[in-house]
Design a protein around this ligand. Structure first.
Ligand SMILES: [Zn+2]
Length: 302
């Protein structure tokens, strides 16, 4: 997960226009939920998936899931995810859901189906001896209508103050995931995400986000591993070229090697741009190498 600056994308027009289908649905939902007696069923929102909303989310998040950074584009349809669930809240049986935020731009995120829809998954677990194993049983994962909060305050209607609520799920537009999560890459075959430690305790926002979105589920860990192993090869190749260049006498071929090393380092750096898949993990793996590689290159320069 990486931090995303939401101000980079204007609010989609369909969410700001008065009197359009989205606005009409917003008004209808307001009447529905403020009726007396209160409705027992959930209002069926449809208009949060308007084309301009989907396109804006795709641009803002580079066609990646907001939570796991998988590129859904080309393989699956994106779920327009409500950070605060619109129809019910798993942790509060009587809560009607944050229906007044169903058509609120700041509450919408793009999600892959596995991060959003609840189903059984095998989950990677870090054992006390440092090995990583997958659970034998299927664990339920996928956000769906989960929205845990810390402390007693929860907003119940549009008059309540959201700023007083302390969500235990990371919203990459509001929180910096690096404050809550870190990578454990002792083995490039199974890179897993951990909650950062706050003293002796793991960060609760990190713990809940990993568990609820299933950020160490079997398929995702394997996809990340495939990307990481490619990067591992790239890094090894640069170190090898540096070793070869170091024992070459000054000549045109050596100069060409130096140029190639510089280009390869630039390419490596590009691997964790925000538009790249699993940029957070790739950055965590590459950054320590980057300093060493640049130092070696400078040492080789005439
Ligand atoms: Zn995802």
């Amino acid at each position: 997960m990486i931090k995303i600056d939401r101000s980079a994308e204007p609010v989609p027009t369909s969410l700001t226009m008065a009197g359009n289908v989205v606005d009409n649905e917003r008004s209808a939902a307001q009447s529905y939920y403020t009726a007396v007696p209160a409705p027992s069923k959930t209002y069926k929102f449809k208009r949060y998936k308007e084309d301009d909303i989907v396109e804006a989310l795709e641009r803002l998040f580079h066609g990646k899931c907001a939570y796991c950074e998988s590129k859904y584009i080309g393989t699956q349809k994106m779920d327009v995810e409500h950070y605060r669930p619109k129809g019910k809240v798993n942790e509060s049986q009587t809560h009607p859901g944050y229906w007044w935020l169903a058509l609120d731009w700041d509450n919408l995120l793009p999600s892959c189906t596995d991060c959003n829809r609840r189903r059984g998954q095998k989950i990677a677990v870090l054992e006390a001896d440092g090995t990583i194993v997958f659970t034998d049983t299927m664990e339920n994962a996928g956000k769906e209508c989960a929205f845990p909060v810390s402390g007693p305050y929860r907003a119940w209607n549009s008059q309540d103050n959201l700023a007083l609520e302390v969500p235990l799920l990371i919203n990459p537009c509001q929180h910096d995931p690096d404050d809550h999560l870190c990578w454990h890459i002792s083995n490039t075959k199974a890179p897993i995400l951990l909650a950062k430690l706050l003293g002796a305790q793991p960060d609760q926002k990190g713990v809940s986000s990993i568990e609820i979105m299933g950020l160490n589920r079997f398929g995702l860990v394997n996809e990340r591993a495939a990307v990481l192993q490619q990067i591992e090869v790239q890094v090894k190749n640069i170190y090898q070229l540096i070793d070869i260049t170091a024992i070459m006498p000054a000549c045109e071929a050596r100069d060409r090697c130096l140029i190639k090393i510089g280009q390869d380092i630039d390419e490596l750096h590009a691997c964790y741009k925000p538009n790249r898949q699993y940029a957070s993990m790739v950055k965590s793996y590459i950054e320590p190498h980057m300093k060493t590689l640049k130092r070696y290159l400078v040492g080789l320069l005439p």
